[in-house]
Design a protein around this ligand. Structure first.
Ligand code: F6P
Length: 361
């Protein structure tokens, strides 16, 4: 009789509960024992935090957002902040304690559901001898090895609906509405929802923008009687001159982190340069909250069940992935080495250009 555990790490994404439901059902149908670890890996540091998962506990949670296990992006056991004798926090490597607890509890495998950060930790535990299967989660869709991660479709749907709603208010006032969307260093949410929501301008990290080009587009629209505009800005978008505005750290000379910085900055620049009235909106965590879309629900259920089958087959240190139309297994190390970004000459960007959408380049 197998005994497995599952954790959810990093930012929440719609579909986490569906993975938990599928893992629990598939495991229980095989007469295995399955436990949920609370708050990422923290529950393995303090095993009183384990939840025995049963069909009754997970029944119907697939349609509910968030995660019943809780999650954190501050729970790396290899670098855990621990208070020392003089009351200061220092980072300690508590990974051996996690390994000891895992073995003492006689777990046969861990299913780690997370983004690149959480799966990187899973990979390090795999290297220490823990049998691990990864499940890719991120609304940003920037994880390699899989065509898509769960959470992305819901985020795009919510963002598209928000953009749809901005049209009527923007039109009523002849205003420029600048909406900032999540995505970290990738522009997938902004690109997909911007196209679907009929935006005039889409600014993404993969295509550095020139604010003058953006303003030219808006003035040209005006000449053609289109007086209002929707500008979609990915939180990681960067101007060509390299000045740093947005949250999200990492690429192209980021120095400064301000949540909601980029939309406000772009709106101010547009008003300054064109005289047009503008407003900025940060959609923020609305893109992560609530019920998963049908697509995300099904993908998460398929990922969860595939993870259990991978354990049954002994295929450890792999990540389940969508290789349309089927679910495949990819070596974790391989998937983690790829940071997916929008293809600047891919057909989605070309479609946007064909529709007359401006990227400010
Ligand atoms: O990675 C998912 C994501 O929602 C990003 O799009 C965003 O930059 C970040 O997480 C926000 O994270 P937090 O939970 O720290 O607000």
């Amino acid at each position: 009789r197998m005994k497995i555990c599952i954790n959810t790490g990093g930012g929440d994404a719609p579909g986490l509960n569906a993975v938990i439901e599928a893992v629990t059902m598939a495991a229980c149908n095989r007469q295995w024992d399955v436990y949920g670890i609370k708050s990422g890996y923290a529950g393995l540091l303090n095993p009183d935090e384990l939840i025995h998962l049963t069909p009754e506990k997970v029944n119907g949670i697939a349609s509910v957002g968030g995660t019943i296990l809780g999650t954190t992006n501050k729970g790396n056991p290899f670098m855990m902040p621990v208070m020392n004798a003089i009351g200061e926090y220092e980072q300690r490597d508590l990974s051996d304690r996690v390994m000891d607890n895992f073995r003492r509890l006689r777990f046969d495998a861990l299913i780690a559901v997370g983004g690149d950060g959480s799966l990187e930790i899973a990979h390090r535990f795999a290297e220490k001898g823990m049998p691990v299967i990864g499940v890719p989660k991120t609304i940003d869709n920037d994880m390699g090895g899989t065509v898509i991660s769960f959470g992305f479709d819901t985020a795009v749907s919510i963002a598209t609906e928000a953009i749809d709603r901005l049209h009527s208010t923007a039109k009523s006032h002849d205003r420029v509405m600048v909406v900032e969307l999540m995505g970290r260093n990738a522009g997938f949410i902004a690109l997909n929802s911007g196209i679907s929501g009929n935006a005039d301008v889409i600014l993404i990290p993969e295509i550095p923008y020139d604010i003058e080009k953006v303003c030219d587009k808006l003035m040209d629209n005006e000449l053609h009687g289109h007086k209002y505009a929707i500008v979609v800005v990915a939180e990681g978008a960067v101007p060509k001159d390299g000045n740093v505005i947005a949250k999200g750290a990492g690429e192209a000379g980021r120095q400064h982190v301000v949540l909601g910085g980029i939309a406000e900055h772009v709106a101010n620049e547009i008003t300054k340069r064109t005289g047009k009235d503008s407003r900025s909106i940060v959609l923020g965590h609305l893109q992560r909250g609530g019920s998963p879309s049908t697509f995300d629900r099904l993908l998460s259920l398929r990922f969860g069940a595939a993870a259990v089958r991978a354990i049954e087959d002994g295929n450890f240190n792999h990540m389940v992935a969508l290789r349309s139309p089927e679910i495949a297994l990819v070596p974790l190390g391989e998937a983690l080495g790829i940071q997916k970004r929008v293809l600047v000459d891919g057909d989605t960007v070309l479609t946007a250009r064909d529709l007359g959408i401006c990227f400010g380049d």
